[in-house]
Each structure stands twice: as C-alpha cells, then as structure tokens.
Design a protein around this ligand. Structure first.
Ligand code: BV8
Length: 301
C-alpha cells in the first residue's frame, strides 16, 4: 500500500470510472463534528436516542432540537477546499460519482454537480411530512425552522448528554429528589410542545421530520438504484476514493467492497491511519494520512 501521490495521479488520469465514498471527516475542517471522533456527535449524544424513528416518535421535540442545532451549525459552516476539488473533478470527469454519507449540504454549496452526487443518508435541509396520507417533502433552509427551535444565544447544543444531565440534575434538586430519569427531564427542556414543531404546509396536520435516513431506515431506493446502476453498467471500476469516513455504517460502507469486486483500486484519505475500510488495503492501494481539506485538493490537482 502506498502514499505516493505520483502513482495515484497517474492512475486517476487513466481511470474511466471513479467512485468516492464521502464521510464526516470531509467536513471536519469546515468545523462540523464527526460522529465517532473526540467530541463526535455519537460521543456527545445518545445516537440511538436521537437518530431513529423510534426516538422521533417518543420525543419529537428533542429530536427536532438535535437536527435544528445541526442545521444551524451546517448553515454557519462553509465548504472547504476538498469539497470544491471534488466538485471540480465531478464537473470535468464523465465517469465520476460521489456517494456522500454527509447530510450537511456542503458538497452542494461547493457547486458539486447534483447528478454526480448521491446523498446516501439524505439531507438536514430536506423535510418531509410524517402523515401517512401525505407525500409532502421539500427543501427547507429556514433557520430556525420554527421559532420554538431557536438555538440558545450561546449556541450551546441543548441535546448533548451533558446538557440533558444538567437539566435532569437541576430537576432532581427542584423535584425534592423524586426519582426522575432522563426521559422525564426531556419534558422540562425548554417547553417545546409538539404543536410548536414544524407542521406540514400541505396537509396542515402532519408533523414534519428531517429528511435524513435514520438508523433502521432503508436508504432511498432512487439513490440505491442510481448507484447500483453506475456500478453494474461499468465493465470495470478503476478507483474508489474513501474520504473522511470510518466506513462503519452499512450499507454505505459496502460500496468499497462492491467497487473492489469490479476491479477498483482503493485510495483512503483519513486523519487516522488506523481507519481502513473493512478488509484492509492491498499493495496497489493508497493511504493518504491527514486532513482531507489539505490532501484532497493536492491529490486531485
Ligand atoms: C439500514 C443520517 C436496513 C442521520 C446516518 C448491515 C447491513 C445493513 C444495515 C446494517 C448492517 N449492520 C448494521 C446495520 C444497521 C445500521 C448500521 O450500519 N449501524 C452501524 C452503527 C453498525 N445501518 C442502518 O440502520 C442503515 N439502514 O441498513 O436499513 C433496513 C433494511 C430493510 C428495511 C428497513 C431497514 C441506515 C444507516 C444510516 C444512518 N444515518 N446519518 C444523521 O446524520 O443524524 S449515519 C451517520 O453516521 C452518517 O451519515 C455517516 O454515515 C455515519 C458516520 O460515519 P462517518 O461519516 O464515517 O463518520 P465517523 O465519525 O464515523 O468517521 C469520521 C472519519 O473521518 C474517521 O475515520 C476519522 O478518522 C476521519 N476524520 C476526522 N477528521 C478528518 C478525517 N479524515 C480526514 N480529514 C479530517 N480532517
């Protein structure tokens, strides 16, 4: 396995079909937290209590606070040089397709051609109606999406474990030690009633939800079909770049093996040398260790 840019560039230039699997590390230099790293979203939050349909059914106000906070931070962030370099490659290379696990909208804001960008896990800036009979879905960049979800002026995230425990501790004090678990504490978070949450403008009764793919939900079939067609239409995939991802969430991570099965060589760009895709790397693969925002523009120029 190599970190030699010259051999990579030579292979890139001769490649007809190229995939890129994008993860949270691509946006790290734009100031957005990853999921598993220190301070990562799944470290500072209870992932499963915020990013599943069950969590939303149980406590839509808390889940909306989590996504409203991430929308706010993503809108404040800017695409970095890696987003722009990938958009440039997409614009000029006919056989390139990016598979993004990111929901932050930064690739889109870097003018990545939409037909060359498949959003495997949706977007923070899509919303859809949860009413069974309503098919409303739309882009929405309003921040806050409703007044009740306004971010605290200190821009603290009210859904971190610490924030929730602090509320619960305060409530313990106030509730003269009556037994109180975190779930109860949610009730006492800034009083956000379901009626204050985003409502469907079409059916006027359904609650809107973030247009992201939660754990336990299938990826959008249109996206899956497009990616599967790109792979199956190719006699050979020459290269898959695996950029800023722990490649630990499926079925997205499986695209690395799918590309390999079609002959692809693998180039990993990751800040952590230990984060190789399942199955490891081969002699004719590459591992470029460091910040994607520095490395990606370098190896794509
Ligand atoms: C589904 C949107 C089935 C929400 C997300 C096998 C097959 C199928 C499913 C499963 C399976 N095994 C387990 C499952 C279930 C589950 C899963 O994969 N669980 C994991 C935890 C094991 N998968 C699912 O539930 C999927 N659904 O399969 O449905 C089904 C079938 C039929 C019917 C019904 C259902 C849905 C998964 C999608 C979940 N949604 N996001 C939201 O964002 O809130 S996942 C979320 O986490 C992200 O989208 C992303 O995909 C993932 C995080 O991964 P990364 O982006 O890699 O981030 P991470 O922090 O892990 O890593 C960052 C990397 O960057 C690190 O390597 C770090 O070193 C590096 N880095 C950091 N800084 C830099 C850097 N690199 C370069 N430069 C830097 N500066």
């Amino acid at each position: 396995m190599s970190s030699d840019i010259e051999s990579f560039t030579a292979h890139l230039q001769s490649s007809k079909r190229i995939l890129a699997l994008l993860g949270a590390g691509l946006s790290a230099s734009s100031g957005l937290p990853t999921f598993r790293g220190t301070g990562g979203l799944w470290r500072t939050h209870d992932a499963i209590s915020l990013a599943t349909p069950e969590a939303f059914a149980r406590n839509p106000a808390l889940v909306w606070q989590f996504y409203s906070y991430r929308r706010h931070m993503a809108l404040k962030a800017s695409p970095n040089r890696a987003h722009f370099a990938l958009a440039e490659l997409a614009a000029k290379h006919p056989g390139f397709l990016a598979l993004s696990q990111n929901v932050d909208g930064l690739s889109q804001r870097a003018k990545h051609p939409p037909e060359k960008l498949q959003l495997l896990h949706g977007s923070l800036f899509n919303v859809k109606c949860t009413s069974f009979y309503c098919s409303y879905h739309a882009e929405n960049f309003t921040d806050p999406i409703v007044p009740a979800l306004k971010i605290p002026t200190d821009e603290s995230d009210p859904t971190t474990k610490e924030a929730r425990h602090a509320v619960s501790d305060a409530l313990h004090a106030k509730q003269n030690q009556k037994e109180l678990d975190i779930a109860d504490a949610q009730v006492y978070l800034p009083s956000i009633q379901v009626s204050d949450l985003p409502k469907c403008p079409e059916c006027r009764e359904g609650l809107l939800r973030p247009g992201v793919v939660w754990f336990g939900e299938s990826l959008p079939s249109k996206v899956l079909n497009t990616v599967d067609k790109f792979i199956s239409d190719s006699d050979k995939i020459d290269l898959i770049m695996v950029i800023g991802t722990s490649a630990s969430v499926y079925p997205a991570a499986a695209y690395v093996d799918n590309a390999r099965a079609k002959g692809a060589r693998v180039a990993v760009i990751n800040a952590d040398r230990a984060d190789e895709p399942a199955g490891g790397l081969r002699d004719n693969d590459w591992f470029f260790e460091g910040d994607a925002a520095q490395i990606v523009p370098e190896i794509l120029k």
